[in-house]
Design a protein around this ligand. Structure first.
Ligand SMILES: [Zn+2]
Length: 136
């Protein structure tokens, strides 16, 4: 089982899942997502996914359950295959452009799809012709 080196499980699942499953919640997330999150963290520095654990407002940027106001049955977030990332040291757009410019780079090779035109980096590890690009 892969567990992130640079993220705690509460950063990747919502509060209820963290409370009910604890460390077993790692099993709900695709290891390709987790490996890529660590790659991005090592390449770009500090990343925020969820931060509710520290009293802040982000709870639905990793795994999403039907409790979420953003829930959609076929979202990659629903399957534990997507993350929305904010970077402390770089804009999401700059990171997005780097990924799209070198999709075969070893840090990016597991990324399936990228969302365009948003102020965060959404990436997911869906099964598709990569790198698929879409607008929300
Ligand atoms: Zn997303």
């Amino acid at each position: 089982m892969y567990k992130c080196k640079h993220f705690s499980i509460h950063e990747l699942v919502p509060r209820k899942v963290f409370e009910q499953r604890g460390c077993k919640a790692w099993e709900l997330l695709d290891e390709r997502l987790l490996i890529t999150l660590d790659n991005l963290r090592e390449r770009y520095g500090s990343i925020t996914v969820n931060n509710y654990y520290w009293g802040k407002d982000r709870e639905w940027s990793g795994l999403r359950t039907s409790d979420s106001p953003y829930y959609s049955p076929f979202s990659q977030h629903t399957f534990g295959r997507a993350a929305d990332c904010l970077f402390a040291n770089k804009s999401a757009e700059a990171v997005r452009q780097e990924i799209l410019a070198s999709p075969y780079n070893s840090d990016f090779k597991l990324i399936g799809s990228i969302e365009l035109g948003v102020s965060w980096l959404h990436f997911d590890v869906r099964n598709c012709a990569r790198i698929k690009k879409y607008y929300p």
